[in-house]
Ligand binder design. Structure first.
Ligand SMILES: [Zn+2]
Length: 134
């Protein structure tokens, strides 16, 4: 983990409207502080600049780690993850009954590796939907 100035963290959070830029849950009431993710990890040459940072819930940040992408099942082609700086969320994902579905290969690999649809996360998302917070 690298040092990110408090002012830069705040800019990232504001830009994201205080929601995880990957799974879209709000940080309000989550109980654990959200983190700032290097979309392109430092070890892959990523910089600590606004255009390479994403506001991120602890789950998404943990599952993503320093990865840049993955392969779909039974495939060998590397597919990059959804990039909140260059991609539009609605173009890559849809939500049905609390479950996030990938609409594109980028969406599909992101859903899988980030474990968007673990039972706990779907349950939490459904609660947010019921309370009109998602
Ligand atoms: Zn998330």
């Amino acid at each position: 983990m690298s040092y990110i100035a408090a002012s830069l963290r705040l800019m990232v959070a504001h830009r994201a409207l205080f929601r995880c830029e990957y799974c879209k849950i709000p940080d309000l009431g989550f109980g654990i502080p959200f983190q700032v993710d290097h979309i392109r990890a430092i070890k892959h040459g990523g910089l600590t600049i606004l255009s390479n940072l994403a506001y991120c819930c602890p789950d998404c940040n943990r599952y993503k780690g320093s990865d840049l992408g993955s392969c779909l099942e039974d495939e060998t082609v590397l597919i990059r993850f959804f990039n909140p700086r260059t991609d539009h969320w609605d173009g890559h994902f849809g939500v049905v009954d609390g479950v996030i579905q990938g609409k594109t290969t980028h969406g599909e690999v992101t859903v899988g590796i980030f474990q968007f649809n673990s039972p706990e996360r779907v349950m939490y998302r459904k609660e947010l939907i019921i309370n009109e917070l998602y």
